[in-house]
Design a protein around this ligand. Structure first.
Ligand code: NDP
Ligand code: OXD
Length: 307
């Protein structure tokens, strides 16, 4: 078995070493033009040339992230399966990140931090968590893990997905028809949708303004879900009271972008859930072994659906 590796923004050597250790029978090498035909490719943002050259015999493309929007911009070999990382240690990171943003906002920790700078011993009136229902857009692998974590803090949780999903303790909404009801039932909005033609620009004035007044946006999915100017207008009018943004239309976020300096926006550098090499390699190796046994694997992308 041969595996070819191409990882934009990652040093390939540690990945190749880890893949060789996990799959001792495999020949694993970095891809370069003219590389021999491989059975599987392990990639992040590969060049089109790699996919074209490898197309004839390539069985699987393993994308080392959960989101496949970038690779779906390329022309994929028609007979090759695209498999994404499902969880791989990202779900717990996402749960930590979202809970941190939520609790920081709900408990007004920024207020206390500012007061402490001046040595001020001062209280805010306690808020009711019932007044802060959390709406999670995208109830997949990550959204469900986030819902579970948020429930531990006893916030009401709403979930929105494409098809109806029953998740314990979560009020479920599905499809376009229930989007407005979902938004109206939520004050904190967490975006964990894949980026597809249906979800691009979904965080815009007319959707965000349906949230309960003074809401918080946490976008940890993709920058292109958000219409950036609409967010600034809603924050400046007070309709929204804050936003924690981990993903942006342009990454890295340009130094002169207004988000950096907006008093009610927190920026993190696409760091809410990092790809973890050991977990990812173990998952890929497990999937290759399962496929060799003829078993189905999780995370196979429906390219027509876009996720
Ligand atoms: P999944 O594929 O497991 O879940 C996607 C969810 O979105 C599903 O519940 C799906 O509905 C729902 N969905 C898709 N399209 C629509 C639609 N048009 N309307 C309503 N709901 C829709 O993905 P993951 O949970 O693994 O990951 C989600 C995204 O998080 C990734 O695509 C990626 O962009 C982002 N991400 C960001 C990271 C970061 O560091 N910031 C790290 C990792 C991922 P249904 O259940 O009906 O299929
Ligand atoms: C991913 C990401 O999709 O890191 O995995 O954004």
């Amino acid at each position: 078995m041969r595996i070819t590796v191409y990882l934009t923004d990652n040093r390939p050597e540690p990945w190749i070493k880890a893949l060789r250790e996990a799959l001792p029978d495999a020949e694993v090498d970095v891809w370069a033009p003219g590389a021999p035909q491989a059975d599987h490719a392990v990639v992040w943002a590969p060049p089109q040339q790699m996919l074209d050259e490898q197309a004839p015999g390539l069985k699987t493309i393993f994308n080392i992230g959960a989101g496949v929007d970038a690779i779906l911009k390329l022309k994929l070999p028609p007979t090759t399966q695209l498999v994404r990382i499902d969880d791989g240690g990202m779900a717990v990171q996402m749960a930590e990140f979202v809970c941190h943003a939520l609790v920081r906002h709900f408990r007004e920790l920024d207020y206390y931090q500012e007061a402490a700078k001046d040595g001020e011993w001062t209280y805010r009136r306690p808020r009711q968590r019932q007044d802060f229902p959390v709406g999670i857009m995208g109830m997949g692998v990550l959204g469900q893990r986030v819902a579970k974590a948020v429930q531990h803090f006893e916030f009401p949780v709403n979930g929105w997905s494409r098809s109806p999903r029953e998740v314990e303790g979560v009020r479920g909404f599905a499809g376009e028809a229930q989007l407005n009801d979902f938004l109206a039932a939520s004050k904190v909005l967490v975006c964990l949708l894949p980026l597809t033609p249906d979800t691009r620009g979904i965080l815009r004035h007319d959707t965000l303004s349906k949230l309960q007044f003074g809401g918080l946006l946490i976008n940890v999915a993709r920058g292109a879900h958000l219409v950036e100017d609409d967010l600034i207008a809603l924050l400046d009018s007070g309709q929204l009271s804050g936003a924690t943004l981990d993903v942006f239309q342009t990454e890295p976020l340009p130094a002169d972008h207004p988000f950096w300096r907006h008093p009610r926006i927190t920026v993190t550098p696409h760091a809410s859930a990092r790809t973890l090499r050991d977990e990812t390699v173990a998952q890929i190796a497990g999937k290759i072994r399962a496929m060799d046994r003829g078993e189905p694997v999780a995370g196979v992308v429906d390219t027509a659906r876009g996720y």
